[in-house]
Design a protein around this ligand. Sequence first.
Ligand code: FAD
Length: 461
Amino acid sequence: AFSICSPKVCIVGSGPAGFYTAQHLIKARQDVEVDIYERLPVPFGLVRFGVAPDHPEVKNVINTFTLTARNSRCSFYGNVNVGKDVSIEELQQAYHAVVLSYGAEGNRRMGVPGEDLAGVYSAKDFVGWYNGLPSCQELSPDLNCETAVILGQGNVALDVARILLAPTDILKKTDITQPALEALVQSQVRRVLIVGRRGPMQVACTIKEFREMVNLPDTRPEMMADDFEGVKEALKDLPRPRKRLTELMMKTALEIPSEKEQERQSKASRVWAFRFLRSPIEILANPDNSRTVGIRLAVNRLEGSGDGARAVPTGEVEDVTCGLLISSIGYKSLPIDPSVPFDSHKAIVPNNMGRVQHTAGLYCSGWLKTGPTGVIATTMNNSFDTARSVVEDMESGTVDVSAARPGSQSISGLLEERGVKPVTFSNWEKIDSLEMSRGEASGKPREKLLTVEEMLQVARK
Ligand code: FAD
């Protein structure tokens, strides 16, 4: 059928998945129009609220996303909470295709007693706190203790460890929030233990992040040589990235450092260490049960080897004293609308190449599609794949684009009736330039606004 109307696609979420899906769609079809709906008044998802403040180079992807947003066939509607302000069914009626890319905003719980004690935080909330996520600003974590324990050994765990230990002279030149910077200046934390349930060959971090720990000024590692027994023999069978990471961990744990490095380490005021083969059993409380004073860990042994090795408790336990406990065992996607299929076991939307099962015209990309693993480049690739599926379905007719759809016109009407006022991309650019000029005044790349109210106020000026 000959069509004079343009295919209209709606994307839910403006993180890397949303923007990379939009970018590919706009490029692949000259007639497609894309609208991105975002819950917060500000775009970019975890690039703004997850990526560590001392990783500014990672945030350069924002430049590409901004080009996409400024394309005449792309519109941004911030401050729209899909699932509450507008339903997925309403979006499906207004658009030819709907792509869900709202990420993984939930948090995997440890499932042990004491998880809700004061002094215990999820990495998700702790990261949100220092990165200015409005919903995490009340956290104000108490850093008035010597030892912090982080559960989990992935890159997020290392981000948190680095922020806790980094000299504040470094942090004050980043876009870390002012309240977090002030709390870290006052912090008493001198020792960070990064605890994993399996062994050194199963850690989830990558070599770049581990090397950053090794090179972190004013800190020294305290790895345990015994943990690396038998590891040398297994090295040759490891895939190359894991082999290089394991070699660096072994070097850190076993080799006697150069004289210069010994001198540097002897002057260091802060310590970090990996602890392996330990799982949480219980978070220990002080006598009046008001806050944490430590954690009871099960001592494990490994069954099997490689990535599939399982941690099995030996029956032995170990108590570790700490005043701050951060669990970094993973993010988790949540369902936002009962009409959308959701696999609550895997915590993803069940899909085939981004096509949501049993629902023509509905797609997913990013962490919601794959689960919360992988870097921005991984998210980019899987989002391009989803966009390809959308284009294929338009070409094959599975998604019928011959009849016009109203797109944002009808949704804008619904939102207005409901008292929801979207923030456009040029509104966001006002927030952006205010944040950058505030940052400039204090020698930072940006001073983020910390409340939704203030963001909306600036956006509407
Ligand atoms: P997100 O980035 O989470 O985007 C989802 C968006 O959807 C958000 O803007 C959210 O507000 C919005 N949303 C949620 N619910 C709704 C709703 N109901 N309606 C409308 N909008 C909604 N990768 C790297 O390459 N380098 C790094 O240094 C790095 N550091 C990281 C640090 C942390 C702490 C974390 C958690 C991840 C890090 N990553 C890093 C990984 C990277 O952030 C992810 O690969 C990527 O952000 C996933 O993109 P996404 O779009 O699926 O999800």
